[in-house]
Design a protein around this ligand. Sequence first.
Ligand code: FAD
Length: 300
Amino acid sequence: MPPPTYPALSYELYPPRNAAAEDSLWTTIRRLEPTRPDFVSVTYGAAGSNQETAIDLLRRLLTETSLRPLAHLTCVGSSRGELEAIVDRLIGGGVRGILALRGDAPDGSETHPGELQHADELVRLIRDVEAKRSAQLAAGRVSVGVAAYATRHPDSPSVEQDIQVLLAKEGAGADFAITQVYFQPDDYSGLVSRARDAGVTIPIIPGVVPMTSTRRLTKLSELAGIGVDQALWSRLEGARTDAERRRIGVAATVDLARTALADGAPGIHLYTFNEHSAALDVLDALDLKRPPEAGLAASM
Ligand code: FAD
């Protein structure tokens, strides 16, 4: 009998900025670990600003936890040679998943000579380094993810172009995509249907974030380049206590995740902001089926 399948579960973490943030991040990691996610992703600062902190976190996840890390990497701020060296270092260190991104150049920064322009070029670069590391990988592959957009990317003229870009990233060798945050349940199903119509076949994992404050909602809207969800904003604004705000935010996130799963999403990627409580609330409410306690191997 084939083993049962479960929706994928993953979390996004970002490298800590100081010692206090590191302590709090490790509390979060230890609280999330028992939920047995399929992977945890580690962000990469624009222009590689936190490269060593990110690599240190990846190393600790590999050596001190049961978690499988997915390393984010951006084109912005590094030459081709530097990116090859980082990818080689990641593979050599045991990382088996990379999220290939363009990144956003910080305001006023200069273009690095030889910089890759788009994420599809980074996917190809990762595949080239992987080919050279074939023996260490037992001729296997690194899992390469890319970004997808349920609402138009701010630099893109149309959602149709976003789909062509996603198709190009798949053509370059991407295995899966994770979406940028979105606020309306239909945004995800719309993206998947446009993508499938255009011939995209890779899994597209919805990225959802517990929207537990107006501040976070506004920041996320800016980040994703989309309008604030006014209805949710008003409900959060009208809440009398933090606990009530959290209930509202978690319920909205659960709604997004449930609809995506009902529409056939292969799993859920939770942007945690390095906080476990709201992420665990979302997970509790979702009641996502997970592999047995003994881990995936036991279900083989
Ligand atoms: P691309 O796919 O290169 O697209 C960028 C723009 O260029 C789009 O408008 C696209 O339409 C256009 N484009 C792409 N290819 C072509 C082409 N061949 N010709 C013409 N136009 C083209 N940023 C970070 O700095 N660090 C992170 O860790 C990070 N993690 C993220 C995780 C996820 C899941 C997501 C969704 C985003 C993340 N980002 C991160 C943000 C990301 O870097 C930005 O959204 C960035 O603006 C675009 O990255 P991309 O990989 O989608 O770029």
